[in-house]
Design a protein around this ligand. Structure first.
Ligand SMILES: [Zn+2]
Length: 678
């Protein structure tokens, strides 16, 4: 059994040895040990159990996490038939096990008894969260309903997984071969090189356009060829749906209908009128009304500005001969207008942002803010040659580590995210596990032996994910339930991520992350000024889109009626009628690849981005007042927001840092949607 690499008690998973064939054995082993621990606890009267008696059970839980985390990660970044099979086979076992624990009355009684004992503040928070989670797993339900809940949980986990797999398959299933380079006019050299590479890897001459995110974004932004933009837009926005070039293949429509139905039933079982209410039971927002009020208040404030931004864009496009601005024209003309107004272009900035320079700058910024240092680690196994590994040092001691997997490639999911590889834990005997993070992005890979050259948007994205990473890695909590992002309400997790984006829009920050690939010089002040001036360009259009997604998600879950389930498309259309200023074409099936809410953790929670942006913008304003790298302010942010994980509620942590409640106007000021004195 010890030969199974997933079961090695290793700080860094042995990725060179892990195979799909290890999964079933490792998971079965961990679940059996976990069940043994539960039996041991159940052999004693609940009120006899002391806090420390739970540690054996928690250790098994951590062992299970450590075995599963590499599996789940490889399934996301190195997908194959074998990995998918192993992953899918384990899902129902994990779901059943989680439900079993959540519905175990004896364990529930143990936590209820602990709740009566004298506890410190962190223990109390852990016990209260646990009691809530028992209730949300149906611990108090009659037996038949418990079983139904278990079935629902398992089916939902499988449906979510299938949803994500369909999106990946649909993304990879489409490509467009072009031999006439003239059809690609306007595309930057960097993109052309990627397209040529795509063709070569398929044994074709010329160029191949794919739905890989960096390629999609580049074509939509730069291709002068309107037909090409439309073709790509059509293929991209109909992925995994009943529309588009692969209509009906990988179609997620029945899955998302089923997901909504089962979520609603699950909420009802637990006594909630709908899934949105269930979602909020573990979030910072207090009621569905509060979320709707928050979102619609923003709509009212932002929409007029978005409308005027659009009018201006339409006029600009008309000057260039396009009098019927379409969805596939928006990025293109928006970028042209931005170039004209600010003389700034993402592609032209690439030479200033070679990856090594960006990392140096990122690390230096973190050093100044939090006093930490970084060190490359070479003797660690990885899953792909592009992956780099680093350690974080504090006072010379290694306190955390992370994997950087930054480039787009086939069989890797799109988007960018942070995930937990190892959590910080310190057991009662003093043994410690340091936190390790996976940081995953989908940037253009390096070409022609040069380091990867990032756009400024890429740099912002990296800072965002790194912010999540720091939340996970700079935690000082010893207990696994509240270390890192664990125990943090989902609508507050985007605080550290969005907070760190701000450093990419400050002169000092920009100088630190830039170093021209040829001259070795940092960005000159003239360009820095332009980047900062352009920061809020079309900010209202961007925010109105986030509001559209957030409201769609929330209405979808809050208004669900099982007797007459609405077509999600109809819900989306209604939201768009009220909110959107740009109406996409009828065939657009954005919802069919909306993995955030159907295959990720954002169900009835997409509003979290904007919710947390109020917190992050307001937190950052303290740095604007005190100085960007003001050491005490940086240390205070680390010690409150980053260090304390889920050990206190986020509002209280925010107040400790800011000295007052968050203000919604901070967000609007920050994005230039309202003026400072208005
Ligand atoms: Zn994020």
């Amino acid at each position: 059994m010890t030969s199974n690499p997933l079961l090695k008690d290793a700080q860094w998973p042995p990725f060179d040895a892990i195979r799909p064939s290890h999964v079933a054995e490792a998971i079965d082993h961990c679940l059996a040990r976990g069940r043994q621990e539960i039996q041991r606890l159940m052999a004693q009267a609940p009120e006899k159990i002391q806090w420390l008696d739970l540690e054996g059970f928690k250790r098994e839980d951590e062992r299970l996490h450590n075995a599963w985390s590499p599996v789940s990660h490889l399934h996301s970044v190195a997908d194959s038939e074998a990995w998918r099979g192993a992953y899918n086979a384990a899902l129902p076992k994990l779901s059943d096990y989680a439900t079993e624990i959540g519905q175990n009355k004896h364990l529930y009684a143990i936590y209820q008894a602990l709740h009566q004992q004298p506890l410190d503040q962190i223990q109390r928070k852990i016990v209260e969260d646990a009691l809530r989670d028992f209730r949300l797993a149906g611990v108090s339900l009659p037996e038949a309903q418990k079983n139904r809940f278990k079935t629902l949980a398992r089916e939902l986990s499988e449906l979510g997984s299938k949803f994500g797999q369909n999106v990946l398959d649909a993304t990879m299933a489409w490509h467009h071969h072009i031999t006439d380079k003239r059809l690609l006019a306007g595309l930057p050299e960097n993109t052309l090189a990627q397209l040529a590479q795509q063709a070569k890897s398929r044994g074709l001459d010329g160029y191949v356009v794919t739905l890989d995110q960096p390629i999609y974004v580049s074509v939509m932004t730069y291709a002068d060829n309107r037909d090409l933009r439309q073709t790509l837009y059509h293929a991209y926005t109909t992925r995994a749906s009943d529309q588009g070039p692969n209509a009906g293949q990988f179609d997620n429509t029945p899955l998302l209908m089923q997901i909504l139905k089962l979520r609603h039933e699950k909420a009802n079982l637990l006594g909630f009128p709908n899934y949105a209410e269930l979602s909020l039971a573990s979030k910072m927002a207090e009621s569905t009304q509060q979320v709707f009020d928050f979102l619609y208040e923003l709509v009212a404030k932002v929409r007029p500005k978005a409308q005027s931004e659009l009018e201006e864009l339409k006029a600009f496009a008309a000057e260039h001969g396009v009098t019927d601005l379409q969805a596939w024209d928006v990025s293109y003309f928006s970028n042209k207008l931005k170039q004209l107004r600010y003389d700034i272009d993402q592609e032209a900035l690439r030479p200033w942002f070679p990856l090594p320079a960006v990392l140096d700058g990122l690390f230096e910024i973190c050093h100044r803010l939090y006093g930490i240092n970084f060190r490359r680690k070479n003797n660690v196994a990885v899953w792909h040659p592009d992956v780099e590994v680093y350690e974080i040092l504090d006072d010379g001691e290694v306190i955390a580590g992370f994997y950087l997997d930054l480039y787009a490639r086939p069989h890797k999911r799109d988007g960018a995210w942070m995930d937990e590889c190892r959590n910080r834990v310190r057991w009662s005997d003093g043994t410690t596990q340091i936190p390790v993070a996976y940081l995953t992005c989908n940037f253009n890979p390096p070409i022609n032996g040069q380091p990867a050259l990032l756009t400024h948007d890429d740099v912002v994205c990296l800072f965002h994910e790194f912010g999540h990473g720091l939340h996970h890695m700079l935690t000082e909590m010893d207990m696994p339930e509240v270390s890192g992002i664990r125990g943090v309400p989902w609508d507050a997790v985007e605080l550290p991520s969005q907070f760190h984006e701000n450093f990419c829009y400050q002169a000092e920050g920009l100088r630190l992350v830039s170093r021209h690939i040829e001259s070795g010089q940092p960005l000159p002040d003239t360009i820095i000024e332009k980047i900062i001036a352009a920061k809020n360009f079309h900010a209202a259009l961007a925010m109105i889109r986030q509001l559209e997604f957030g409201l769609f998600d929330f209405h979808l879950h809050a208004d669900y009626d099982p007797s007459r389930p609405k077509d999600p498309q109809a819900v989306l259309d209604e939201v768009r009628d009220k909110v959107a200023v740009i109406k996409p074409p009828k065939y657009n099936r954005f919802q069919n690849s909306f993995s955030h809410i159907f295959a990720g953790g954002y169900a009835a929670g997409y509003y979290s981005y904007l919710w947390a942006e109020v917190l992050s913008a307001d937190a950052f304003s303290k740095f604007e007042e005190n100085g960007l790298f003001h050491p005490q302010t940086g240390r205070a942010f680390r010690k409150t927001i980053l260090a304390k994980g889920g050990s206190e509620d986020p509002l209280s942590l925010f107040r400790q840092f800011r000295g007052r409640d968050p203000q919604i106007d901070a967000l609007l000021r920050h994005t230039g949607i309202i003026q400072c004195n208005g």
